[in-house]
Design a protein around this ligand. Structure first.
Ligand code: CTP
Ligand code: C5P
Length: 376
């Protein structure tokens, strides 16, 4: 190992401090574009390898140089990573190749990365230096979720949307087109699709009950393509109480009010995305669209919040927040952020050709990684 290691817990001024358990600091870096639960799962595993997790995020310029345009800006990506509950600290604008100097500057013992290979634009392994110094560990990459796959879904959505407008055929609302395929493979990358399990949900879940005097806040929505707008909203909603419950609408419910091929991420993927957020205490999987008195009583809800996005009526034309409004516990929140899932899809469509090119390259990589993992 090279470089000066300066972990304060390790410093031995006297005999007693040398007995203190040394705190292990972990370094993870990456692009974290369109941050998804695959990224969060890597951070969760990394955090389990030590005590304090420092995450380095690359700038837009650095990503552009090595793999093409990111979908989320660096400011959005920094903020998204900061809000993941296993992250203790974020370092902005870190170099693409991880150096020992970087690890030493942030007092990190070693670096963690998923079991795939990341290369610079000239094909160099970005972790060759930390690997050679034996300050590198691997965590398991989460199969079935990647930025590439999400971009693929959005590019396909665009085409399907145009076709549907023209044909208005019987399959107009056929969710199977974006759901699990018969062979369990993604139609966008050809790799295995994500399979939701209770184990994964348990790993992501906070798992603690509200305390007797906790004020319970409830919000509901699609939370599709979990983004900074959601994040700003959840942060503000959490300030209305002590325990935040997020109700996530099922795929058919979201499809009813959003149409086309929405949601882009299915229910379980959206559940995991929301569970990574540090303000969220609990999630209701497939929440009813209308907030009923029974729900309010069962979950002991003290406040119900919705952002400034339109409140669409339920199937029968009624206001889904009629009851919380009547009993005076409804609050409209201004997240001061106008980003929506539709706008993210629009970003992809605007740069369709660039992303199609990028995806072609990345799809080949995804298949390669999967084959490599299978052989191990
Ligand atoms: N990661 C993971 N599982 C995934 C996706 C990413 O464990 N499904 C891990 C990567 O291995 C890495 C970290 O998340 O340790 C940050 O990943 P990033 O640099 O953003 O790369 P990818 O997500 O692999 O980017 P892309 O999909 O654009 O290739
Ligand atoms: O649109 P979706 O159902 O995912 O939104 C979930 C919640 O987040 C809603 O209350 C919505 O108003 C809020 N939101 C927000 N600011 C944004 C995006 C969503 O307050 N930019």
């Amino acid at each position: 190992m090279s470089g000066k290691r300066c972990n304060s817990d390790e410093d031995t001024m006297n005999g007693e401090s040398s007995k203190r358990k040394k705190s292990i600091r972990i370094w993870v870096d990456g692009c974290f574009d369109m941050v998804h639960f695959g990224h969060a799962n890597a951070l969760r595993q990394a955090k389990q390898m030590g005590d304090y997790l420092v995450v380095g995020v690359h700038s837009d310029e650095e990503i552009m140089k090595h793999k093409g345009p990111p979908v989320f800006s660096q400011e959005e990506r920094y903020k998204m990573v900061r809000a993941i509950k296993w992250v203790d600290e974020v370092v902005e604008n870190v170099p693409y190749v991880t150096t020992l100097e970087t690890l030493d500057t942030y007092n990190c013992d070693f670096c963690v990365h998923g079991d795939d290979i990341t290369t610079t634009s000239d094909g160099t392994d970005t972790y060759h230096l930390v690997k050679a110094a034996e300050r590198y560990k691997e965590c398991k990459r989460t199969v079935g979720i990647s930025t590439t796959d999400l971009v693929g879904r959005m590019l396909v959505v665009t085409k399907s949307h145009h076709e549907r407008d023209e044909t208005k055929g019987p399959n107009k609302n056929d969710l199977k087109e974006v759901g699990l395929s018969q062979d369990g493979r993604s139609p966008y990358t050809g790799t295995k699709q994500f399979v939701p399990t209770t184990k994964r949900i348990a790993q992501f879940s906070e798992g603690h009950e509200p305390k007797p005097n906790d004020k319970i806040v409830y919000v509901a929505g699609a939370f599709d393509l979990f983004h900074v707008g959601h994040l700003d909203f959840l942060e503000k909603a959490s300030q209305y109480g002590d325990y935040l419950i997020v109700g996530i609408h099922s795929d058919p419910v979201v499809n009813r009010y959003k149409g086309s091929n929405y949601p882009i991420m299915n229910l379980h993927e959206r559940v995991l995305s929301v569970l990574t957020n540090k303000y969220v205490s609990e999630v209701i999987i497939g929440a009813p669209y209308t907030v009923t008195m029974q729900m309010i009583n069962d979950f002991k809800i003290d406040a119900v919040c919705h952002g400034m996005t339109p409140i669409l009526p339920d199937v029968d034309g009624s206001d889904p927040y009629e009851i919380p409004k009547e009993i005076g516990i409804f609050h409209r929140i201004d997240s001061s952020n106008d980003l929506t899932s539709d706008m993210i899809v629009q970003r992809i469509i605007r740069n369709k050709f660039l992303f199609e090119e990028r995806n072609k390259k990345k799809e080949a990589k995804e298949v390669y990684i999967e084959n490599m993992i299978r052989k191990q």
